[in-house]
Ligand binder design. Structure first.
Ligand SMILES: Nc1ncnc2c1ncn2[C@@H]1O[C@H](COP(=O)(O)OP(=O)(O)OP(=O)(O)O)[C@@H](O)[C@H]1O
Ligand SMILES: [Mg+2]
Length: 257
């Protein structure tokens, strides 16, 4: 059995007068330690699929199994990182980082030391007592990464975590997140609009159709790219080839509307 199995997942959002079909018959498997990206047109249901993996919403049809359990049963072991860092401005960096552990009832001297050591590992020293407003956007996203990793998640869900950053900071953070996830052997699903980011970070890329989102194609990133850091991937010839292929697919999807 695969680490993650999604079978026939469909989802409708209902309001008193409307029903919006966000996803239709989405099935996939993900192995432990894999890095997967979701690419697709705006509004095609990518965030909805992440929320289903996170156990935040229950799909209208189909099911998801993570590590042989439901997403709800795993919810303390799933880390979610978003475009905005959602750090609490009135709490120190340390309190922000330890919050998840506190909420899960897993805060101990040991988990605290590990979480604060992690901050140093990602190049943030002496910021524990500061507030988020005192840090740059890139530093804040690193704090968000530390907060996500603090609960030692089995699965990381990354919803456009780099898209609000300037280009240089974004490239540096892609490398950092890639190195950390590989070092810890984490399984991750990234939603992005950036084809280059998807290719440079992932093992496989799932391309979603227009809403209602279905997976219409899966791209396997060539082996010679998968072990390089995202920055180095971008300078390879095979990167350009797969970029062109995915670009054309996305373009033809957008023409269909
Ligand atoms: N809470 C909600 N209530 C009603 N409709 C919703 C809700 N959340 C999302 N939708 C609708 O469901 C569809 C899919 O939304 P979703 O946010 O999953 O797309 P997305 O692929 O993440 O888009 P983007 O790339 O713009 O972030 C959209 O049409 C959206 O308007
Ligand atoms: Mg989204």
């Amino acid at each position: 059995m695969s680490f993650i199995e999604a079978k026939g997942v469909g989802h409708y959002y209902f309001t008193p007068t409307t029903a919006t079909e966000a996803l239709e018959d989405v099935s996939f498997t993900i192995e432990e330690g894999e890095f997967i990206s979701f690419l697709g047109p705006s509004g095609c249901g990518k965030t909805t699929m992440l929320s289903i993996l996170a156990g935040l919403i229950t799909p209208t049809t189909g099911q998801v199994i993570i590590d042989q359990q439901t997403p709800e049963d795993n919810s303390n072991f799933i880390g979610y990182m978003l475009q905005q860092d959602y750090l609490f401005p009135w709490k120190t960096i340390e309190d922000n980082i330890l919050l998840g552990l506190k909420l899960n009832g897993r805060l101990s001297e040991e988990t605290k030391i590990t979480a604060l050591d992690f901050l140093k590992q990602i190049g943030l020293e002496n910021v524990e007592k500061q507030n988020p407003q005192q840090l740059s956007g890139g530093m804040r996203q690193r704090v968000a990464l530390a907060r996500t990793m603090a609960v030692n998640p089995k699965l990381l869900l990354l919803d456009e975590p780099f898209s609000a950053l300037d280009y240089q900071t974004k490239l540096k953070l892609e490398d950092l997140v890639f190195d950390i996830l590989k070092a810890y052997g984490k399984t991750a699903v990234l939603v992005t609009h950036d084809i280059g980011e998807a290719i440079s970070m992932s093992d496989r890329i799932f391309l979603f159709s227009q809403r209602p989102g279905r997976i219409i194609q899966e791209f396997k990133v060539p082996d010679e790219l998968r072990n390089l850091t995202p920055f180095d991937v971008r300078s390879k010839e095979s990167y350009n080839q797969i970029f062109q292929t995915i670009w054309k697919e996305l373009e033809s999807l957008e023409k269909d509307t």
